[in-house]
Design a protein around this ligand. Structure first.
Ligand SMILES: C[S@@+](CC[C@H](N)C(=O)[O-])C[C@H]1O[C@@H](n2cnc3c(N)ncnc32)[C@H](O)[C@@H]1O
Length: 249
């Protein structure tokens, strides 16, 4: 299997929801909603970086929040844009690289969820994304994102499979100290009822940076207040596999 040059999950974009990967949004959403409820004012405009198939964008738009979803994968944006909706405030979607985002608009809040920052290629790209998120927020706006910690990646020694009637997926995720990255291999047989059985394979890598470094980069980007907590919120930050960050401009 050769290393995939396309953005991670591109080959899976059309099956991402069917395979259950949008379910992370259902886990994150109550925390996001709770955070929004505690803000002095509900955000009017939300920027969803690495929006994938747009599940979060549609959830937020049901709350009458105007959402712009950005993703580097044209396939993800195609899937997100093609979803039907019946609310008066449909989200918009745009192909874009969050490390180099340049929009003519600003937002009250930005988000980036489900390991999306871990999918970047270097700490430099994470720094650039923090700067871009900062640039696109109004003063006082919050950037909320999750990141798998280095410990979390090191704990990925798994080989597991999942199946439902319509698919069988084998996934191997392993941290490799020699390259300081986790390598994820996913192989799936999917029957979507239209195309017979589709066979898809992808390999991608995930990086992580130390939590104190991430906080420093956020400060360097201009964020003035940073809150971190393990996600889900239990145990200590030091022992967490995943951290949720809240950074205010
Ligand atoms: C694991 S998916 C998460 C998608 C979505 N946020 C969710 O919660 O389901 C990671 C996403 O990051 C996107 N991505 C990776 N690098 C990116 C970049 N530089 N700019 C924008 N999106 C990127 C991929 O295309 C993919 O949709």
């Amino acid at each position: 299997m050769s290393l995939n040059k396309r953005p991670p999950y591109s080959a899976f974009a059309y099956y991402y929801d069917l395979l259950g990967w949008s379910e992370f949004t259902e886990i994150v959403y109550p925390y996001l909603e709770q955070f929004i409820r505690r803000l002095p004012e509900k955000p009017e405009a939300f920027l969803d970086l690495a929006c994938g198939t747009g599940t979060l964008a549609y959830r937020l738009s049901e709350q009458k929040i105007k959402v712009l979803g950005i993703d580097i994968s044209p396939e993800m944006i195609e899937v997100a844009s093609s979803k039907s909706h019946d609310n008066g405030c449909p989200p918009e979607f745009q192909i874009g690289d969050m490390t180099a985002l340049q929009l003519n608009s600003k937002f009250d809040m930005a988000g980036c969820f489900f390991d999306s920052l871990n999918h970047l290629r270097s700490a430099e790209e994470i720094k650039k994304t923090f700067r871009r998120a900062h640039k696109h927020l109004y003063k006082g706006g919050w950037f909320m994102f999750d990141m798998v910690t280095r410990l979390g990646l090191e704990n990925w020694k798994d080989y597991y499979n999942s199946s439902r009637d319509s698919f069988y997926v084998v996934q191997e995720a392993r941290f490799s100290p020699s390259i300081d990255r986790a390598e994820v291999k996913i192989e799936a047989f999917i029957n979507d009822g239209r195309n017979g059985t589709v066979h898809i394979r992808e390999i991608f890598k995930e990086i992580s940076i130390a939590v104190d470094k991430a906080c420093r980069y956020l400060n360097d980007a201009g964020f003035t207040k940073i809150i971190i907590e393990p996600f889900p919120p239990a145990g200590s930050v030091e022992k967490a596999d995943r951290i949720m960050f809240y950074a205010r401009k």
